[in-house]
Design a protein around this ligand. Structure first.
Ligand code: SF4
Length: 351
């Protein structure tokens, strides 16, 4: 794409989709065409300087009793394996070496990982076993170590990462994290892959019971960027450093999405952080209580969100095929890869 021309949003999207079809991937990178920046889009950004980051629902005082996140102080994970469904710059050719931790401090009503976010599924492991898992995944060709919902286990994970790893470490989190917590990972995490779910406190309250999510997440994103600086890629195109923000478009909540895109484009210098606009919303049983959420995203809604991203001049943005809204992207949380080979129940070996 010639960067000195201003193509239409449709042409921009068509070109990106053609690239995706050629690569066989359902998620694709929009070319770096900073095109125009709407003045209106800059106005609604939240306050990233908010010093008060109370409200996170986990603490490190959980000795034996599970906290809101569903976890105790003992490490627990539900699956460890190579995962091909992250952004191409994370999964690369071989897949991300992903560890899904049990429990989550947010508990969104639409959580696709609800089997594990409540903390029930999974096996308890030691810090040294976690480090062993990292090397097992690296031995299988993992492009990175991808830590999913890690925040409530920050101290244990920090310990497991001491000594470093030969591949990038990816912190794949909800974005609802204290700045002080993230500071504990400074120098240990190479790539932050946070969600940025809400700009609208009312939606954050309604779906995740966390009205302070927008201000907390903005402060967290700023800290992540302070640690990593701009995006850096390996020769083969995988991320080695930086912040890649994700936003799942919720049905019936486009204003929330517009506000997220506004805030993202105000917070980061153009092109220095990535943005993934996710279309894969799939209603969970809990969504039955929220009629607006109890359906898939329409093509029209997603196109409006993509257009808005275009209007805001977001560079390094990933979009998805709407057909990505499928349950298959959620792996089986069967404990595979978590326990040492000798300790695994026979069934887990055959899954
Ligand atoms: S933050 Fe993610 S893992 Fe946690 S409850 Fe929400 S959707 Fe599920």
């Amino acid at each position: 794409m010639e960067t000195n021309k201003i193509p239409s949003a449709d042409a921009w999207l068509r070109e990106a989709k053609a690239d995706a079809a050629a690569s066989g991937c359902g998620m694709f990178l929009l070319h770096n065409g900073v095109v125009r920046r709407s003045a209106k889009a800059r106005v609604r950004a939240g306050d990233a300087d908010a010093p008060d980051v109370r409200g996170m629902r986990f603490s490190y005082d959980r000795e034996k009793t599970a906290g809101f996140c569903g976890a105790t102080a003992v490490l627990k994970a539900a699956r460890a394996g190579l995962h091909l469904w992250e952004e191409p710059s994370i999964s690369g050719e071989n897949g991300a070496g992903t560890v899904f931790f049990s429990g989550c401090g947010l508990r969104c009503v639409y959580c696709q990982n609800y089997e594990i976010s409540g903390g029930a599924a999974g096996a308890e492991i030691t810090v040294s076993r976690l480090r062993e898992i990292f090397f097992e995944l690296i031995g299988r060709g993992a492009e990175c170590i991808d830590l999913v919902t890690p925040t409530h286990f920050t101290p244990q994970i920090a310990e497991a990462l001491r000594g470093g790893l030969p591949v990038p470490v990816v912190w794949n989190s909800s974005g609802y994290e204290r700045v002080e917590t993230l500071k504990r990972m400074d120098g240990l995490v190479d790539v932050y892959l946070p969600d940025f779910k809400y700009s609208d406190p009312a939606a954050a309250k309604k779906y995740s019971n966390a009205a302070d999510y927008p201000s907390v997440a903005l402060a967290a994103l700023r800290e992540m960027y302070r640690q990593t600086g701009p995006l850096r890629f390996s020769e083969k195109g995988t991320l080695t450093r930086g912040v890649q923000v994700r936003h799942l478009v919720l049905p019936g909540n486009l204003e929330n999405t517009y506000g997220v895109i506004d805030a993202f484009s105000s917070l980061f210098p153009s092109g220095e952080a990535g943005f993934s606009l996710m279309s894969q919303f799939t209603p969970t049983p809990a969504c039955e209580q929220y009629p607006e959420l109890n359906r898939r995203l329409t093509a029209e809604e997603y196109e409006k969100a993509v257009d808005y991203m275009y209007l805001c001049g977001v560079e390094n943005g990933f979009v998805q095929e709407l057909s990505s809204a499928r349950e298959e992207y959620v792996p089986a949380f069967d404990g595979s890869g978590v326990l040492p080979q000798a300790d695994r129940p026979p069934k887990a070996d055959t899954i």
